[in-house]
Design a binder for this molecule. Structure first.
Ligand code: ATP
Length: 250
């Protein structure tokens, strides 16, 4: 059924090398409206490199990237305007209030005045932080800081949400909360690409893409991937495919 939905994010033949060392060796992927896709790979697989290309931080050596049909090379501003992103490293100003961090981001997207106030109230309510809007980010727990980053990523109403190892450093309950918040966005038609090295996060995805050493080794629903590898658990299938031991949960 998801196959009939609009493709929001598309990569075709994407390659990237750092000097002589290839980081992505020709990656094809698609994320559709309302679909949660896990990009599962061990350390060094190329997940962050792919995210840096998808967020326009640098160009691919070859291949194409499109967001809502907008080519990342030809119309980068329009393509980037449809993306929301939470990077692996936190990028909030700890000494500003939750609200001030969001106002700054709203202005970057040309959203000001009453519209900005309405949207900030909306996104903070969505992540359960309406009561914390005046608090400095420094006073928030790690889990709530991540939720502020999620709220910020949603402020300009992106079609696609990119989450790069967003649960790193969070305790199990906070990880689960953040994951649930993002899974709930599917109902609004948001497409999500969720990069992780944790198999349990990939188990709840609509589709899993296994990335290893710059190559996609497998793609499919978690149960399909598990069956195709002749395993009963996705963790074993991942281990078979990549040879990498599953990282311990934080
Ligand atoms: N700036 C860089 N210069 C040189 N090599 C790099 C650079 N960034 C990444 N690499 C290399 O490219 C490969 C892919 O790295 P990348 O960070 O994209 O993987 P990852 O899946 O995000 O891993 P991790 O989970 O450890 O961040 C690795 O071999 C890495 O050492």
């Amino acid at each position: 059924m998801t196959e009939a939905r609009e493709v929001l994010l598309e990569a075709q033949g994407v390659r990237k090398a750092y000097g002589a060392r290839p980081a992505l060796k020709g990656v094809d992927l698609a994320v559709r409206a309302g679909e949660f896709v896990a990009l599962l790979g061990p350390n060094g697989a190329g997940k962050s490199t792919l995210f840096q290309l998808l967020t326009g931080l640098f160009d691919a050596d070859a291949g194409e990237l499109r967001v809502c049909g907008e080519d990342m090379r030809r119309t980068p501003v329009r393509a980037l305007g449809r993306i929301g992103v939470v990077f692996q490293q936190m990028t909030l100003d700890l000494d500003l209030s939750v609200e001030a961090n969001l106002v700054f981001h709203a202005r970057l997207h040309g959203i000001g005045g009453a519209e900005s106030r309405v949207r900030i109230a909306d996104v903070l309510a969505r992540v359960g932080l309406a009561e914390r809007r005046a608090d400095r980010v420094r006073e928030l727990s790690g889990g709530n800081r991540r939720k502020v980053e999620l709220a910020r990523a949603l402020l300009h109403r992106p079609a696609v949400l990119l989450m790069d190892e967003a649960t790193v450093g969070l305790d199990p309950a906070s990880r689960r909360h953040l994951l649930d918040e993002v899974l709930a966005l599917r109902a609004a038609g948001v497409g999500v690409l969720w990069a992780t090295h944790l198999v349990d996060e990939a188990e709840v995805a609509d589709r899993v893409l296994v990335l290893h050493r710059g190559e996609l080794l497998a793609a499919g629903r978690p149960a399909e991937l598990t069956r195709a590898a002749g395993c009963t658990h996705l963790a074993d299938a991942f281990l078979n495919l990549t040879g990498a031991p599953q990282a311990a949960e934080p």
